[in-house]
Design a protein around this ligand. Structure first.
Ligand code: 8YV
Length: 322
């Protein structure tokens, strides 16, 4: 009996944390967990030709070299919205659907952006440590903790007015913030102030919130932009680490050239520069913006649907390439 001929073969590059999704996948397909293989290169050489579908994360994507080892592939299902780690033109050439979980994680990512900004402005992590470590009892005078910065009413500059950027705008508006944005072009259906130049937006904002796709925007937040944001300015990044020149950010934080940063994403995850980890001005998360039960369940359902559609010979509804 040929084990590989029984069910469609799925190669999974990233863990999925929702047991019900894993159960459904396992009931429909033979799932090979790339991250558990002892010799993935040898495994791919031997079995690559029988793989029908790939599941990957937005950050992980899939290399072109690996795609070339999967000649029978019918779909790359990204369990996320970022497509920057997949060679989309190559997939288009192959007429290979690449799907994303469009819309599933918008609210959670926007929630975390606002959470990080409030945490950074109000020094929530330092306050937590102060109480937890017993410092309050040792230093009960109110002056022991410096006063913080008000979030409500801030001027927010949104970089990338897609789904997440718009959801951040809705939330910030509820806090009485004024909103400007930059993107590749002005959006007809967005009433907020469009500024074509990121530098001008930084100058006009108390906080920049990065929500842009990284495909065409590597390193756009550099020392010049950070200096335009200025010593009372905050930076939040819930998109991709490499939108920011991390060395320039670390230096700006260390020198107090910006007031603080709330970061969910980094250039070389899971490695975060020591200087950033030790910065009292940075509030850090481990790429967690979509990591809720609700969102990851919805994302998993979309991945399941995309694979089912592709393997049934249909164009997946969430395909970005076909
Ligand atoms: C996820 C992401 O952490 O959507 C994206 O592009 O980076 C994140 O939502 C990741 O895709 C989870 O697999």
């Amino acid at each position: 009996m040929n084990f590989f001929a029984m069910q469609p073969q799925v190669l999974q590059l990233n863990p999925i944390l929702i047991p019900a999704i894993n159960d459904k996948l396992a009931s429909l397909y033979t799932v090979h967990k790339h991250f558990e293989l002892s010799d993935p290169a040898a495994w791919l050489r031997q079995h690559g030709a029988s793989i029908d579908a790939v599941i990957t994360g937005g950050h992980t994507g899939i290399s072109r070299a690996m795609l070339e080892q999967l000649p029978s592939l019918k779909v790359v299902a990204i369990n996320g919205v970022g497509t920057d780690a997949v060679d989309l033109p190559y997939c288009r050439e192959r007429a290979l659907p690449v799907t994303a979980t469009l819309g599933a994680l918008t609210e959670d990512v926007a929630d975390l952006a606002i959470g990080l900004l409030i945490a950074a402005c109000r020094n929530l992590c330092a306050g937590d440590r102060f109480v937890r470590e017993g410092q309050w009892e040792l230093h009960p005078q109110p002056s022991a903790i410096p006063l913080a910065r008000r979030f409500s009413g801030m001027r927010i500059g949104i970089v990338g007015m897609g789904r997440v950027g718009r959801a951040v705008a809705v939330r910030a508006a509820a806090f009485g913030c004024s909103i400007g944005y930059t993107d590749l072009r002005a959006m007809d259906d967005v009433a907020h102030r469009f500024m074509p130049s990121l530098l001008d937006l930084a100058r006009a904002s108390d906080a920049l919130v990065l929500c842009a796709a990284a495909d065409q925007a590597e390193g756009i937040v550099d020392a010049t932009v950070l200096d335009a944001l200025g010593p009372r300015g905050f930076l939040v990044n819930v998109a991709r680490g490499r939108l920011v020149n991390e060395a320039a950010l670390t230096q700006a934080l260390a020198a107090g050239r910006i007031a603080g940063a709330g970061l969910d994403v980094f250039v070389d995850e899971p490695h975060v520069p020591l200087a950033l980890r030790q910065s009292g001005r940075a509030t850090l998360q481990a790429h967690r913006a979509s990591a809720t039960w609700e969102t990851r369940t919805a994302m998993g359902e979309m991945v399941l649907a995309s694979i089912a559609q592709a393997l049934a010979g249909e164009r997946p509804a969430m395909s970005l390439t076909t």
